[in-house]
Design a protein around this ligand. Structure first.
Ligand code: ADP
Length: 176
């Protein structure tokens, strides 16, 4: 049985098999968590992102790709692209849910046993954190109910600030 764990901190320090990056569609370095992961992961991570962009043009919103973790403690980085919040009527919830599902699918395919997510879309992309937290927790609960095979045993959320942490804590209490 897997467990969901909430941690306040820096995802680049996470000692897990894979960390998830809130990337952008071009897989070109951004700010926020993406910038931090690229800096800490180094050239190997950037090179593999460049190769994926050359091969398939990038990573559309709601999908995910996987690279090495480079210099990170994590072996892999799963790059997923969350939706930009546009008021809630542009399928933002479905696209955000898809980020979590596609990331977990890649985790299963790559025998990943521990995975850490940041709060996807709630920084520069402007998704209200309470809504994003509810979607994140509900999606993981629903997804794991369907896919009993090889779910990562340890699913972490690494939240940078206390306000974000509290939102995920509320969501876990409500939907967990
Ligand atoms: P998005 O573009 O998907 O909104 P951001 O990187 O702007 O992504 O923000 C997503 C979340 O990641 C925000 O809550 C932000 O505070 C957080 N964040 C930024 N740096 C880190 C880090 N090193 N570890 C964990 N979370 C981080």
């Amino acid at each position: 049985m897997y467990k969901i764990e909430l941690i306040q901190g820096d995802i680049t320090k996470a000692e897990v098999d894979a960390i998830v990056n809130a990337a952008n569609e071009k897989l070109i370095g951004g700010g926020g968590v993406d910038g931090a992961i690229r800096r800490a992961g180094g050239d190997e991570v950037i090179k593999e992102c460049d190769e994926i962009r050359k091969k398939q043009g990038g990573c559309p919103t709601g999908t995910a790709v996987i690279t090495t973790g480079g210099n990170l403690p994590a072996k892999y980085v799963i790059h997923t692209v969350g939706p930009v919040w546009q008021g809630g009527n542009k399928d933002e919830d479905k696209l955000l849910a898809s980020c979590y599902k596609e990331s977990l699918k890649l985790a299963v395919e790559n025998d990943i046993n521990s995975i850490a997510f940041p709060s996807i879309s709630t920084g520069v992309y402007g998704y209200p954190t309470d809504l994003a937290a509810a979607t994140a927790i509900q999606t993981i609960r629903n997804w794991t109910a369907y896919y009993s095979q090889k779910i990562p045993e340890n699913i972490q959320f690494i939240l940078f600030d206390i306000t974000t942490y509290k939102c995920y804590e509320n969501a876990l209490t409500t939907f967990g």
